[in-house]
Ligand binder design. Sequence first.
Ligand code: CP
Length: 306
Amino acid sequence: MPLSSNHLLGLQGVSKEDLQLILDTAHTFREILDRPIKKVPTLQGKTIVNLFYESSTRTRISFELAEKRLSADAINFAVSGSSVSKGETFKDTIKNIEAMKIDMVIVRHSAAGAPVYLTKICDANIINAGDGTHEHPTQALLDMYSIRQKLGKLEGLKVCIVGDIAHSRVALSNIFGLQTMGAKVSVCGPSTMIPKNIKDLGVEVIYNIDEAIQDNDVLNVLRIQLERNAGEYFPSIREYAKYFGITNERLDKNGKDVLILHPGPINRGVELSSEVADGSNQIILYQVTNGVAIRMAVLYLLGTLN
Ligand code: CP
């Protein structure tokens, strides 16, 4: 059964069947990553461009590895060192890259909607690798896959997304994906970082982190995005850490064996203490490993559509 779209722009509106297909396909690819020779010929002859207009460590390397594991030709574009510094527009850049005959574009951009715009001007399959504060679909897919692997299901689970909800593309993609898969999603953070209309998405809002720990099976703890001026939404980093930071004392006090995810990069000592970031409740590097399998699945499902 193929995916029902030529692109992966976000998880809003993606059907349960498509999400299930991506998660199940990722599971078949996950085993390849543990082989001595981690390569299959599935996308041989396909050319994939990684178009990163914003910084990235995990997503960029994960996509590039996934492309190489599937034997595609991977081309990396970074703004620094490109003709963007000479004033070339986003449209001209992509039209020139497309003219070199490419099949797929992975795009990260600070502007929400940049991936959708690419679908209007370019014939390649487009995958959103994070667009502004809008969506980061492959991050949410790898989060869902990791939770499903650890807890055996998504249906009926209680998942709380903690922190800077207002600036987070990870939060929105998680809300859409998890709800479609039957999880009950809540958010927790300072009131200044919770969008006013978030309840319209069917999400419960919790303002007390101890309550969030007690009431949930999973906490997906987000990074405070200081590069998007998130530090202006609370009095100080120390105060944020005091009221919303996850520490061992807080976990012990609530006596709850909650599963902790974080998309990375971590602000150690802010949203997670270092003990928690390296502790037994968290699955942060497990998420990173699974991310390669998720991206292989998405590349495979889109790359073999046509
Ligand atoms: N989680 C995530 O998107 O990390 P990067 O910004 O390093 O890609």
